[in-house]
Ligand binder design. Sequence first.
Ligand SMILES: Cc1cc2nc3c(=O)[nH]c(=O)nc-3n(C[C@H](O)[C@H](O)[C@H](O)COP(=O)(O)O)c2cc1C
Length: 418
Amino acid sequence: MAPSRRTDRDTFEPGEQLAAPDRRPTRRTVLTALGLGAGGLVLAGASVVGVRGATNGVWTSGQGDPYELWSAWPNLTGLNAIVAAGVLAANPHNTQGWRFHVDGAAADGAVIEVHDDAGRRMPVTDPFSREHRAGLGCAVENVVTAARGQGVDAAVELLPEASDPEFVARITLAAEAAPTSLDRARAEAIAERHTNRGPFTADPVGPVDLAALEALGDDRARVVFVTDAADRTALGDLYVRATEGIVADHEQSVEGFAWFRNDRADIDRHRDGLTLDAQGLDAFTLAMAKLLPASSRADGDEFWLASTRDIHTASAAAYGVIVVDDALDPAAQVTGGRLLQRLHLEATRLGLAFHHMNQVTERIDRARATGAADDYSDEWSALIGAPAAHGLVSFRLGYPERAPRPSPRRPIADVVTT
Ligand SMILES: Cc1cc2nc3c(=O)[nH]c(=O)nc-3n(C[C@H](O)[C@H](O)[C@H](O)COP(=O)(O)O)c2cc1C
């Protein structure tokens, strides 16, 4: 069935196609842009506008079928909205490593199963699937949040069948009392939430907001914030060093690059992965980056490292780390992922920018998987105030200088069975 472009309906049919890299744009010209300034870019851009402009989505950022679910979601209702919320969850490298199975036709009494699409794992970058399963936890949390927004209770069983480790969650829905205004506001954040990789303002995150976010944790998964200036500098340096380690690691760099969608045709074909649109660039630099020829993996790595050093860590008002009992335990990974999504939604509701950053734990896991020396765990542990093995995933927080752009999503029909 052809993908639909409609956005004004409140339901979709089973089987209908509705509306598929976090950090590594690949154009040397973006890097040049950041260093050279606008003059050179105007000249460079003018010569190629006619050539690449029509094909590379310069004028259609965040529009078209791969993005349709973001704008359609607020108009969806009932079970459709609850299932579709899972697809809009954060997930590592936008791999969308999930499948959903829905049993039942109405929100009251339906069962939604969340399964691991193991072929979408990243074994080099994420050898113990901590990010992969955390992303599945994000999907579970979005489903639960969407259900509560409609006054529907969602009972979650994690890893319900010991014989099937890819069966991640069974979510049983049942009508509850009317939703509170907070339930509704949290659900509304589902389609407003995006990862923000742009610069943040110099404003600190206030203690009231930090306390509200901390309160979302529990004894199975809690968030630890790093706000002290010296600690933020030290943690920022650790992220930069870990990024250097990743780009110097051929296999890790190659695996990450495979999830980068170089141009609009790539995005339309795959509807997953990382895009230039989602790198938090200003509109002018983004347009120039799209108009000029795609560049190499090495150029992308160089850009990512420069962004980590000069933008991401330089403007982080706070870092947050999700702490669990054992970051390599599958149930803890999913549970921590649920908290990650809950935090991202609440941050969105509070007007905060949220950027997942996991280079440090990726290097820790890489060292463990290969038997190489672990140059990160001691400092990581000291900065997060918990054993390194408890730090699951992390992010930076602050106030946005610019709004984030949406990432593509695969069609509902590709990931949902009934
Ligand atoms: C567990 C997990 C780990 C992630 N790690 C990173 C990361 O290290 N760097 C980054 O820029 N984004 C990271 N992301 C953000 C994803 O790339 C992002 O969620 C995905 O591209 C979809 O975009 P969206 O969040 O805007 O919907 C991570 C997300 C999750 C859930």
